[in-house]
Design a protein around this ligand. Sequence first.
Ligand SMILES: Nc1ncnc2c1ncn2[C@@H]1O[C@H](COP(=O)(O)OP(=O)(O)OP(=O)(O)O)[C@@H](O)[C@H]1O
Ligand SMILES: [Mg+2]
Length: 221
Amino acid sequence: MSEAILVGADLTKTFDKLTVVRKASLSVGDGEFVALVGKSGCGKTTLLSLLSGLERPTSGSVTIAGKEISSATEDELALFRRENVGFVFQSFNLIPTLTAWENAALPLFPVKMTTEERRRRAAELLEKMELGDRMEHLPATLSGGEKQRVAIARALINRPKIVFADEPTGNLDTATGDAIMAILNRLHREQGMTLLMVTHDTELAKTADRVVRMQDGEVLS
Ligand SMILES: Nc1ncnc2c1ncn2[C@@H]1O[C@H](COP(=O)(O)OP(=O)(O)OP(=O)(O)O)[C@@H](O)[C@H]1O
Ligand SMILES: [Mg+2]
């Protein structure tokens, strides 16, 4: 494996007395595409939240691009996520009152930059997603596949070191899901995008460089 961009070591997450992630360790190499699979409720989303710095582990450590994030303050973590990490969710998570380009440009809003520059960066990505003619559309007027392509543009706009995707095709029909997977696979192959993707579709998992299995909160080796 190439140099690891993400290292999760001995991660445990306990809610009240329920341990949902147990001593999980997982590394992702720079430019690698890893699929994380396992039964519903086994802890995939929780592990992804720990690895991406959205949630703090009860114990264990996470290192992204050489930085140990477990000890970071909330503010440091928010800044670190914005600069290094992209997210794609099953339910798109677009802001309904913002247009497609504004949603795609959202991670740039805290960055000192003119509106024109933000719009230009968003347009460049949305055009690559074949959404150049949907820039001014609100999410409600976009199809599911279009919404997810806006979400992928948003995930990429800060040129993150790693993209986390949680069931990115879970709310899409098969053909639309395949189109979204083709985009993610192309970004991985052609631009070396590092991707950690949760799926419970074994066919989708087969397109990854490596499949990691979870069971009852544990990562199986
Ligand atoms: N905030 C929370 N408080 C308490 N329990 C939680 C919390 N978040 C998740 N859990 C529990 O942790 C377990 C794992 O949940 P998680 O969402 O990680 O599973 P998953 O593998 O992503 O499942 P699915 O494939 O259905 O999305 C579940 O039993 C869930 O109820
Ligand atoms: Mg989940």
